[in-house]
Ligand binder design. Structure first.
Ligand code: ACO
Length: 375
């Protein structure tokens, strides 16, 4: 049995899927047959929602129908808003999001219906509500009033509006939409695996997504985007960044936003797309030094460790320039990934085999208690 042990399940094939695949050799992220980066340049996030849930890109009227269904699901039960307000100010917004999604489960009458149709409706419902949960969670924490969703805005513009209170410009909306696409789905990361493991017990979509939130919070996964921005702000300048990174490396610390279990020695194509977006946004916002700093950080890591940036490295400064508070970076990653995770849960429910691996036992054998225990 120990021959089968792969720490971290590295390179183990955990599932069959027709949702997505990382073709590292050809530097392509395959999403239902399409290249994710090409999709991000040509279609909108709502098209990706249709592609992931239905298996094909929607027609324009199909996309409008998805948008209509999403908007009809806007709004949170008032008790869920109250729960978010009861959480302490210091609560991490990923914990707030996890609590909000978990609480929402009790309000869904279709919770235990695992049919494809019901799961599709629940996925849309969750996608509509998760942005509002994270926006309300943030606003409760910072004592700002909750903002109701505005149906006359696009899904993406409304998402940003509920956080910042400002209607984004077309450029801001487009860049944010592109970021949602590149975060939407990525084969079998830890959070998706966690969700599939939970779903394989025939548990529900809300429970699987709640587990995925806990997974994504960790800094080796989604939490890296917040850590990247903290590092960039701590440095504040190109000269300081190089010194800071070299110091971290000399202390054997990891630099967040670099490396990837699958890409490791190749570039993450999503990072390159966000780098382009950052270049444009930095000019628009007159913050060229932030872009220059990030490029320098990339050069330092290539030189010192031969490591490439992952998506989080360039998504973080993009979100910063969009005026998004740093502690919402990882919750936004989860909001975008809600649809990818939902597709995986639906696939798991549709063709299930319970995940139940074994262990390579390294503990003792043959021990006996010396005296009978009195109870
Ligand atoms: N900074 C410094 N060194 C690194 C980094 C890094 N970011 N990433 C990997 N390394 C080094 C390790 O120290 C190790 O070196 P060694 O062999 O000399 O000990 C080597 O590269 C291999 O690292 P592993 O930990 O074995 O690689 P693994 O596949 O487990 O790691 C991971 C992948 C967790 C993403 C890692 O690269 C990391 O910690 N990165 C920083 C966190 C991060 O950015 N996470 C976001 C991931 S992408 C996403 O979720 C969107």
């Amino acid at each position: 049995m120990s021959d089968l042990h792969r720490p971290g399940l590295e390179n183990v094939i955990a599932s069959e899927t027709d949702i997505s695949y990382l073709d590292v050799e050809n530097e392509e992220i395959v999403i239902r047959g399409y290249d994710l980066i090409e999709l991000a340049k040509k279609v909108t996030y709502l098209d990706i929602v249709g592609l992931l849930l239905e298996g094909s890109l929607p027609t324009p009227s199909g996309r409008n129908a998805i948008e209509g269904k999403l908007k009809s699901e806007y709004g949170l039960p008032s008790n869920v808003c109250s729960i978010l307000q009861l959480l302490p100010e210091q609560a991490d917004l990923m914990d707030v999001l996890r609590t909000g999604i978990s609480a929402m489960a009790s309000y869904d009458e279709e919770l235990d219906d695992r049919s494809r149709e019901a799961n599709t409706r629940k996925a849309i419902r969750l996608l509509a509500k998760v942005p509002q949960i994270l926006a309300c969670g943030y606003r409760a924490k910072t004592k700002l009033p909750f903002l109701d969703p505005r149906k006359e805005l696009s899904f993406t513009a409304n998402f940003l509006y509920m956080i910042t209170g400002q209607v984004p410009t077309k450029m801001e909306e487009d860049i944010f939409d592109q970021s949602l696409i590149v975060y939407s789905e990525h084969e079998m990361p830890n959070s998706t695996f966690a969700a599939r493991v939970i779903a394989s017990t025939q548990s529900d979509l809300y429970g699987a997504l709640t587990g995925a939130v806990a997974s994504l919070k960790g800094t080796l996964h989604g939490g890296a985007n917040e850590a990247v921005m903290a590092m960039l702000l701590e440095a504040g300048s190109e000269a300081n960044l190089e010194a800071l990174m070299l110091n971290k490396l000399s202390q054997k610390e990891r630099i967040m936003g670099f490396g990837h279990r699958v890409y490791m020695k190749k570039a993450d194509p999503r990072a390159l797309l966000m780098k382009e977006a950052l270049a444009d946004l930095a000019i628009e916002k007159n913050q060229p030094e932030l872009y220059n700093m990030c490029v320098l950080g990339e050069e330092v890591m290539k030189r010192e460790k031969n490591l490439h940036p992952n998506l989080d490295y360039y998504a973080a400064p993009v979100y910063y320039l969009l005026g998004i508070p740093i502690d919402l970076f990882t919750p936004i990653f989860l909001a975008a990934r809600t649809i990818g995770i939902s597709a995986h849960v639906m696939e798991q429910h549709g063709n299930n085999r319970l995940f139940r691996p074994r262990v390579h036992y390294t503990g003792p054998r043959g021990l006996h208690p010396s005296e009978p225990q009195t109870r």
